[in-house]
Design a protein around this ligand. Structure first.
Ligand code: SF4
Length: 305
């Protein structure tokens, strides 16, 4: 899912990259300027990135309840589904990398055989906490995700070996999977948690990738913007493009939609405003009140209603 198709690469190279170079980001909104306004954090207590970027609750009371009142999150089905699918994909990519190193460039048949069977570890870790129907629904989808990504990986391996017959194992691993999954990042320069974890970072094109199993929402752009700012703060190189990946299960098949985004001044400004507002709420313990339009599956529904 994290891999770009040929059409997407063209779109990136001919469309988004030139556009991002033309739309110069204002210097003060680059992450490496974290030590001066407007990026410099005003408050002490740090937040996780999802706490800033998640705007499912219209007033942000979910964050207030969790951070100020100490209310425990009651995981809903969408959250459980998301974490299982994310972890399944991570397991697959990490296992594939290990197998490439283990069996080497001559070991394609072994790699394919060892990787083919889905790993249900992420799903099984939830088995005792979810009902059987839900478990079976998820199992079917985990199989679909695995099969889809397995086929993409095998294609990439075969393609690379055909084009580069003298390739070494390290190059084979990094070109087949040019992605770091669950990239750990220290966001403390920007008032964020020290232990952030981006879904994936594509190092063949410096780009943050975020996977969302759910309906597209405008505020999803805040996640890739936040990670881009953190990457810039840590590594001092520009990260101007991100992509949000929306997998969808349709009639037993998987459809993947990717939304590419230039991380421009407007998005950066939006992220900083959200951060400041939410940090203020938590640090000054301000209850923003119950929203008028709460969603039924909100993990804090009982608490608020
Ligand atoms: S129940 Fe409503 S106000 Fe409370 S956290 Fe959920 S969405 Fe926000």
């Amino acid at each position: 899912m994290y891999f770009l198709t040929e059409e997407e690469k063209q779109k990136l190279v001919r469309g988004l990259l030139p556009k991002s170079r033309k739309n110069q980001v204002v210097e003060e909104l680059r992450g490496w300027n974290w030590n001066q306004p407007p990026l410099e954090p005003i408050y002490q207590k740090s937040l996780a990135l999802y706490e800033i970027a998640g705007k499912y609750c219209p007033t942000g009371r979910d964050l207030y309840l969790r951070k100020v009142e100490g209310v425990k999150t009651k995981w809903n089905q969408a959250m459980i589904r998301g974490v299982i699918f994310h972890n399944t994909l991570t397991n697959l990519l990490v296992t594939a990398k290990k197998l490439i190193y283990l069996h080497g460039v001559e070991g394609l048949t072994r790699i394919m055989a060892d990787l083919k069977e889905p790993d249900f570890e992420a799903l099984e870790s939830w088995q005792k906490r979810i009902d059987d129907d839900f478990y079976l629904q998820l199992k079917e989808k985990v199989e679909l995700i695995w099969e889809f990504e397995y086929n993409r990986l095998v294609f990439r391996l075969q393609d690379l070996l055909a084009k580069q017959p003298y390739i070494g194992v390290d190059s084979l691993a990094s070109l087949t999977i040019p992605i770091t999954v669950e990239q750990k990042l220290d966001g403390s320069f920007l008032g964020l948690s020290q232990y952030l974890s981006a879904d994936a970072f594509n190092f063949s094109e410096p780009m943050i990738l975020d996977l969302k199993f759910g309906q597209p929402r405008d505020f999803h752009k805040l996640t890739i913007t936040g990670y881009a700012l953190v990457m810039e703060a840590i590594y001092s190189f520009p990260v101007s493009i991100g992509a949000i990946i929306y997998p969808e299960f349709k009639q037993g098949r998987l459809a993947i939609k990717k939304e590419f985004q230039v991380i421009d001044d407007e998005l950066r400004q939006w992220f900083i405003e959200e951060r400041d507002e939410k940090m203020r709420m938590v640090n000054e313990e301000i209850d923003p009140g119950v929203a008028d339009n709460c969603y039924q599956s909100c993990p804090y529904y009982q608490e608020c209603q």
